[in-house]
Write a protein that binds this ligand. Structure first.
Ligand code: ADP
Length: 398
């Protein structure tokens, strides 16, 4: 009722696995917004939590105006409305023909994507479903990362002992300080709080004025929920070290996430302790698609997906990724020896060496070798002629 008093639904504009999305109007001032009805508790929780943390962190992440929980655990997110997406930009360019996206335009699209993903990773949020269809585009060419329904937050506890001395748990509790479990530097906040007390965010309503970073926990958990929390003085969002730092691993995760074409090889091999680098792989696939105007690895099954990757990059072996044999499915999935891999260059044959090199920096088997968003934002490719066009110079499908 609260929603219908404030917003008028105009028409349905999309739907996803767990959601229906409508174009709507805010009654008070006529602002056009998107109403995303999410029918899955976990997906709604993840999307709200991630978006709250990311608000105002980058112009390239979709804005969440407010959200409503319904009694049956559905949520309605009020998002800024973005009419089109990068998949349509690529589709239109393809129709116009090869070369119809100028290098300057490609650079500006890439920079906007990198800027948005950098904000996610700076806040230790792994999106896990980056693809052109989830990169929404406004009429004036601003690209915004959307659909955080699969996002996870890597929680790194404040390491209070700067000399790397870990405090024992009991001492930390008695001194009301944060405890850093040496074997568990990064835990998943959501799982953690679920374990604490099965709190249900019932009737939680966020006001537009209340957009304080990380306010979700403060709003969703009462103070008593946190009373027994030995970590309560720890920081919920933390910065990566200057220059990218170490990307941490998550606790057990599902490998069956994300859209197959953009899924990192470690996920295809069943990894459950992957990190932010899965997004970097997706970025490599998206950049290649911007450059070639067609998907790089359009697998029709998970095995076909891996087989396409191996045809281009060669077999996955300890030579390229020392730890690869630890992947759960490394020994169960085997391919014949690819004697002469195609290489990314031959898949992007009409593109420049700098462009091939940029994509190659992302599409490494070893997650630790993938270039980070911070590194890529400083890549000389973006500083050289032809320079990125201004956002207003981008062609947006009508
Ligand atoms: P799901 O998580 O269920 O996949 P998405 O967030 O991807 O849902 O939304 C599904 C579709 O709804 C999108 O492909 C897009 O067409 C539309 N949509 C989503 N968010 C917006 C928005 N902020 N503005 C306009 N359309 C949107």
């Amino acid at each position: 009722q609260e929603i219908t008093a404030k917003y008028q639904i105009l028409e349905q504009v999309g739907s996803g696995a767990y959601s229906d999305v409508y174009r709507g109007r805010r009654i008070s001032d006529g602002l056009i917004i998107a109403l995303k009805e999410v029918h899955d508790y976990q997906s709604a929780f993840r999307e709200i939590e991630a978006l709250q943390i990311l608000q105002r962190s980058s112009p390239n992440v979709v804005a969440l105006h407010e959200y409503f929980w319904r009694e049956d655990e559905d949520a309605v997110l009020v998002l800024e409305f973005l009419r089109t997406d990068l998949a349509s930009v690529i589709g239109e360019a393809k129709k116009r023909g090869q070369g119809s996206l100028s290098v300057g335009e490609i650079k500006r699209w890439m920079l906007q994507i990198l800027n948005g993903v950098e904000a996610c990773h700076r806040n230790l949020i792994v999106h896990r479903d980056l693809k052109p269809g989830n990169l929404l585009v406004s009429d004036d060419g601003v690209l915004k990362i959307a659909d955080f329904g699969q996002a996870r937050i890597l929680l790194e506890h404040n390491n209070v002992a700067s000399d790397n001395e870990q405090q024992p748990y009991e001492q930390a509790v008695s001194e009301q300080q944060s405890y850093v479990n040496p074997s568990l530097e990064l835990i998943d906040k959501e799982e953690y709080f679920r374990g604490l007390d099965q709190f249900k965010p019932q009737n939680v309503h966020h006001d537009e004025a209340d957009k304080e970073t990380n306010s979700c926990l403060a709003t969703c958990c009462t103070a008593s929920d946190l009373d027994d929390d030995p970590f309560k003085t720890s920081s919920y969002s933390c910065q990566l070290e200057e220059g990218g730092g170490e990307y941490g691993a998550l606790g057990p995760l599902t490998s069956c996430i994300g859209t197959r074409w953009f899924r990192a090889p470690e996920l295809l091999y069943g990894s459950t302790n992957y990190g932010l680098e899965v997004d970097l792989w997706s970025l490599g696939c998206i950049f290649a698609e911007l450059l070639a105007l067609e998907p790089l690895f359009p697998g029709v099954s998970d095995i076909d997906q891996l087989s396409r990757i191996i045809t281009v990059l060669g077999n996955l072996s300890e030579d390229v990724w020392a730890d690869c044999s630890k992947l759960p499915d490394y020994n169960t999935i085997s391919f014949g020896k690819v004697e002469s891999p195609m290489s990314i260059g031959s898949r992007l044959s009409h593109r420049s060496a700098d462009e091939v090199s940029l994509v190659s920096k992302l599409l490494c088997y070893d997650p630790a070798k993938r270039a980070t968003t911070t590194e890529l934002l400083q890549d000389k490719y973006f500083l050289e002629e032809p320079l990125p066009v201004p956002v207003s110079g981008l062609k947006v499908p009508s």
